[in-house]
Ligand binder design. Structure first.
Ligand SMILES: C[S@@+](CC[C@H](N)C(=O)[O-])C[C@H]1O[C@@H](n2cnc3c(N)ncnc32)[C@H](O)[C@@H]1O
Length: 196
């Protein structure tokens, strides 16, 4: 299994400001691009992928939206707007979620009122954790065995305190090369390295 976590610091957890943030400061379009590149390939989708989008701009709790590729139905296509709408539907379904509660939105799509830190702690019990960092170990020097989990952010770097807690969970920093890429571009390159 390939697990991707995208921490989106400025992404609103309310669907109206979420959809209004496309192309604005929060750059929520990044979430749609990441979903597209993680889940879909030409004429098909990947079966062995789970994507967790963690939206953190909230009046109460972060929302972790989980897309399980082997279970998802038709999300409405792979156009940016369709994927943004799928995220907005999930946020609407999770509007009044209590802390740590979960809701199934549609096939393969689930939302939890769960923070990035708690999610990573949970994932670290089942997967080796790789933190994407331009200054990390070259991905081509890493031997991946079995299931893997990759952590990415939007345009806002992870706070030092969170970074330290991720390190304590044994996360390894890996690099895809010298250029600073978008998270969605990183996902394409990771898939390609593992595909080969
Ligand atoms: C636009 S970047 C984030 C930029 C952020 N302002 C920063 O300084 O980390 C989005 C994500 O892609 C990752 N990323 C971008 N280029 C990378 C590279 N060459 N190797 C590894 N990860 C990369 C970053 O670590 C981050 O998780």
């Amino acid at each position: 299994m390939r697990v991707f976590v995208l921490k989106a610091r400025k992404a609103p957890t309310d669907s109206t400001p979420f959809l209004a943030s496309v192309g604005q400061d929060a750059h929520v379009e990044i979430l749609a691009h990441a979903l597209m590149n993680a889940l879909f390939i030409s004429k098909s989708h990947r079966d062995d992928v789970i994507v967790h989008l963690v939206l953190e701009s909230s009046r109460d709790y972060s929302r972790t939206i989980t897309f399980t590729a082997s279970e998802i139905g038709d999300l409405g296509g792979f156009a940016e707007q369709a994927l943004l709408n799928a995220i907005a539907r999930a946020l609407d379904a999770a509007r009044d979620l209590k802390k740590a509660a979960a809701v199934e939105v549609e096939a393969g799509v689930k939302v939890r009122a769960l923070s990035f830190e708690h999610l990573i702690k949970e994932l670290s019990k089942s997967y080796p954790i790789y933190l994407l960092d331009r200054k990390g170990v070259d991905i081509r020097k890493v031997e991946f065995a079995g299931d893997v989990c990759f952590l990415l952010t939007d345009h806002i770097p992870i706070a030092r305190k969170t970074l330290n807690s991720i390190k304590r969970l044994g996360a390894i920093k890996i690099s895809l090369g010298p250029r600073m890429l978008f998270a969605a571009q990183c996902i394409v390159l990771i898939h390609n390295e593992l595909d080969r």
